[in-house]
Write a protein that binds this ligand. Structure first.
Ligand SMILES: [Zn+2]
Length: 648
């Protein structure tokens, strides 16, 4: 089915009372390629790499140019920094040293980092990435020094192991992978360490990390280079993270095509062929195994201009976001896509383990690539939805513990990692996520600035001699204020995202005077002027109550206020610390059942029966057999909740 057909079906099936989320963008695909079923699979032949940079429309500012100001994002950054500070370098290095035959008396971690665990070392890789990101975000010299020390110590391990291979587990794992015998995910783990090295090099200026990475990439070249194409395709059935991505990044950073050719060996053809032909064959796949591969495809397109890779990324993103994503922006259930597209109500019933956090992390990473190609603001509707509803409330206040799944099963609650006995995949991406919350707020092109997120922050646009300071209490306050500081009057366009959720009554004022402008939701409001020191832009961002229904069950509905998904407070009966800290998912059988009310809507407008409840952003149903308090899901902790409700 072509996207155009899908669009019309979507429009046809939308009821007046409840809308599905608006169709996200998929604008950069030519008519010719759209919907064509090609007789020859696009990735049938052997790949050949030729460097040719694909054009980008916009670029994000470097994280070192943006600093968070006081607000929920800054709080989350600090909580995560505290967690990272509590993990000693010697413990993070322990398994690597033992594997290299070097002494270590550190106390081993537990969970997925326990000394016999088959993923051991993965979190240390994430930790390096998170350190580099946090340094770029905040300039924190202590975290950089710790990252530098770990790179130096890991380099010693690599040296002891022969100068190429670097891992916390022995080569025997690779013999099992080669023989297609049971082993968890060696390349997945190696990818985290390589990505950590790449980030320490590219974001924290550590040259030794680049040398370590080249050694690892050389080892990966030798290991994969000895396999036939058919055998390699079998090996790729075992999760391998973003091996393709990090090798393309290395090729781009060094100008050495050799690494891109190694990256090409990590092209899983059974996965890419249908995507490049714009077919959804995602059912049955493990979600977080595959999103990183698509990020790799996006990078491959960017450094080669090969449209097949563009189409893989473009169609995959469109399909996951439009057909396999819950109202919070999360995707997956039990870590997989379990049903055909657009059957989320059916999928929701399959398990409580909905919406794995690292899937959201990686989808947002992919979103940045697609946005940079198109500058389509609707990508940031998805990004903001996922950030506000799935990510920013997935970190526990003060402790900095993070989640594995954000369950959407009625009656579920949030569960969090322990400090040193969890180390799930999502603990790793969590440490990265909350180290980079200043990323992607501001973008730029030749003409000027894009403001995509309403996060209190300061941009040092050093290339123009301009500072932008964004202050607000968003989303509690439905507005944002941008203040320009500049040495001399400077002409540029300021483009402010007008979100898809915006209600009537928005306005823009410059230095207190209302502008006679309009921009529709899902577009940019462009202000073109010569900016003077102290100019102030005040944007009203009015919110309203909204309803979104499941695509396959229009009675199953979620309520939103502006960009915020509301969850109903079902109390905390039966919840104990044992159930909220440690388990990777909600264990419904360990608590008494909770009554999940159903609702009768008084009219099509939810505001007719869902009323403000006194505190900001909280609401209460009215006129129901059992009324419920609603609050943003990102504010709910140590409570049972429901996001989806039966509404008649
Ligand atoms: Zn995960």
């Amino acid at each position: 089915m072509t996207r155009r057909n899908f669009g019309s079906l979507l429009a046809f099936s939308t009821s007046a009372l409840a809308q599905q989320a608006p169709a996200p963008p998929n604008p950069n695909t030519s008519e010719q390629r759209r919907g064509t079923i090609q007789e020859v699979p696009p990735f049938q032949d052997a790949l050949s790499f030729t460097r040719k940079n694909a054009p980008s429309r916009v670029n994000a500012f470097a994280m070192s140019q943006v600093r968070l100001l006081e607000g929920p994002f800054k709080d989350a950054e600090e909580w995560n920094r505290g967690y990272m500070q509590r993990l000693p370098a010697d413990r993070l290095l322990h398994n690597f040293r033992l594997n290299a035959g070097l002494p270590s008396s550190a106390e081993p971690f537990g969970g997925w980092e326990e000394p016999k665990g088959e993923l051991r070392g993965h979190f240390t890789g994430h930790y390096l990435s998170a350190s580099a990101l946090l340094y770029a975000s905040t300039g924190d010299q202590d975290i950089k020094a710790k990252g530098d020390l770990m790179v130096a110590e890991l380099a010693k391990c690599q040296e002891k192991l022969g100068g190429g291979y670097l891992s916390a587990f022995p080569l025997e794992f690779w013999d099992r992978l080669d023989a297609l015998k049971k082993v968890w995910a060696p390349f997945y783990t190696i990818h985290k360490i390589m990505a950590g090295m790449f980030d320490m090099y590219s974001l924290a200026g550590n040259q030794q990390a680049l040398e370590v990475l080249k050694g690892m990439a050389g080892w990966a070249d030798t290991w994969t280079g000895s396999k036939s194409e058919e055998h390699m395709q079998e090996i790729l059935k075992t999760e391998y993270g973003g091996m393709n991505e990090v090798l393309y990044n290395l090729a781009a950073a060094t100008g050495e095509d050799r690494w891109a050719k190694v990256g090409d060996r990590f092209t899983k053809k059974t996965f890419f062929n249908p995507l490049a032909s714009r077919r959804d064959e995602l059912r049955g796949l493990h979600v977080n195994t595959h999103i990183p591969q698509v990020i790799g495809a996006a990078r491959r397109y960017e450094i080669s201009g090969d449209e097949r890779f563009h189409d893989v990324a473009d169609f995959f993103w469109y399909e996951v976001v439009s057909a396999r994503t819950y109202v919070t922006g999360g995707t997956s259930n039990g870590e997989g896509w379990l049903v055909p597209p657009r059957q989320l109500a059916a999928e929701l019933k399959r398990s409580v383990a909905t919406a794995e956090c690292c899937c959201a992390y990686n989808m947002m990473k992919l979103t940045r690539h697609l946005y940079s190609w198109t500058a389509d603001p609707r990508y940031f509707d998805y990004y903001e939805r996922t950030m506000l509803n799935h990510r920013i409330g997935a970190i526990y206040p003060k402790t900095g513990a993070t989640q594995y799944y954000l369950s959407l099963t009625p009656g579920a609650w949030k569960t969090f990692n322990t400090d040193d006995h969890s180390f799930w995949c999502c603990t790793g991406t969590g440490a990265e996520e909350f180290s980079k919350l200043n990323d992607s707020i501001y973008w730029h092109d030749d003409k000027g600035l894009y403001v995509n997120l309403f996060v209190p922050s300061e941009l040092n646009w050093s290339e123009k001699g301009v500072h932008i300071r964004q202050t607000n209490k968003f989303p509690e306050q439905q507005s944002t204020l941008l203040t320009v500081t500049t040495d001399k009057p400077t002409a540029f366009e300021m483009r402010i995202r007008v979100p898809e959720w915006i209600a009537d009554g928005s306005s823009v004022k410059i230095n207190g005077k209302a502008l006679e402008v309009s921009a529709s939701p899902g577009s940019y409001l462009t202000i073109s002027r010569t900016w003077k020191n102290g100019d102030k832009v005040e944007v009203e961002l009015p919110m309203k109550l909204r309803v979104e229904s499941m695509p396959d069950d229009h009675k199953l509905r979620a309520f939103l206020y502006g960009p915020l998904v509301l969850a109903g407070d079902l109390g905390s009966a039966g919840l104990t610390p044992k159930l909220t800290v440690g388990p990777n998912a909600t264990r419904l059988k360990d608590v008494p059942p909770v009554d999940i009310p159903t609702f009768k809507a008084a009219s099509a407008d939810p505001a007719s029966w869902i009323k403000p409840a006194g505190k900001p952003l909280t609401f209460k149903t009215t006129g129901q057999v059992k009324d419920v308090q609603l609050a943003p899901i990102n504010s709910i902790f140590d409570k049972r909740y429901s996001v989806y409700w039966e509404v008649s």
